[in-house]
Design a protein around this ligand. Sequence first.
Ligand code: GLU
Length: 306
Amino acid sequence: MPFSISGPLAHAPLTRFAPAPTGYLHLGHAANAVWVWGIARALGGRVLLRIEDHDRSRCRPAYESALLDDLDWLGLEPDLAPTTDYRAGPCKLRQSERDALYTHALDTLRAAGLVYACDCSRKTLAKEVGDLRDVETPYNGKCRERGLPSAPGRGMRVRLSPGSETFDDLRLGTQEQVPFEQCGDLLIQDRLGHWTYQFAVTVDDWLEGVTLIVRGEDLLSSTGRQLQLARLLGRGAPPRFLHHPLIRNPGGGKLSKANRDTGLSELRAGGERPEEVLGAAAHATGLLTEPRALGADELGALFRVA
Ligand code: GLU
């Protein structure tokens, strides 16, 4: 039975596949691609390929070429990619090429008095509020009223409001989140001057005109804060969201780029065919009751618009 999606949805939505070139793609990315391309094809929409290389210290050109090659092997062609023309100008879909846009977005927030400089390091915060790596602990607001001038070595945070954000996930139904309680004032630029994932992705989804975000459930808790940030930046109509199931490793954890047995290059080297990989990814995320070979041109048929 196809997965049923019900509206209201933008006509011919623009969605995106947004890998970070910090490692090789694995079966979890293939699953995300199945949902992204499948939904786009079922709704007569388009897929944009964004290279999320905001974390310059971990990204490598070799990972970007490998992921382009893997997509090609899977038979998944984006409608817009970093090499195609987008609107009038050259298509800057690599985050590393979009610095001016992020700076402009930061200036907009600054002009509205919504940002402040922050010199708290991860280490000091870990001492004061606990280790932020494992469980999310909200920022304690230490620099909120200090009025520090922005300077090299200081990060930037945006003031979030205490209210809740409600959205209708196309798979999980109504969701309510209170970003200020989850994360406190959001870091948008770190102390080294790098744009954070939350900021870059929100600016990109808005300025690239993405209307439907299809991604794994691991990012569900980011959605409320991205909605609030988009509104503060001036985005009118918010995008719609669908968070799909994740593929777990046998221990129950999330697949990661370090899980060699599910890496696409390992599967390819082991003689798997692209149809088998797509079928396995669709099956593992509940789109097929039995694993079977699935061609890229069949993905749209996995979804039905109700
Ligand atoms: N770049 C993120 C990842 O590879 C995806 C971000 C998103 O879909 O918002 O997990």
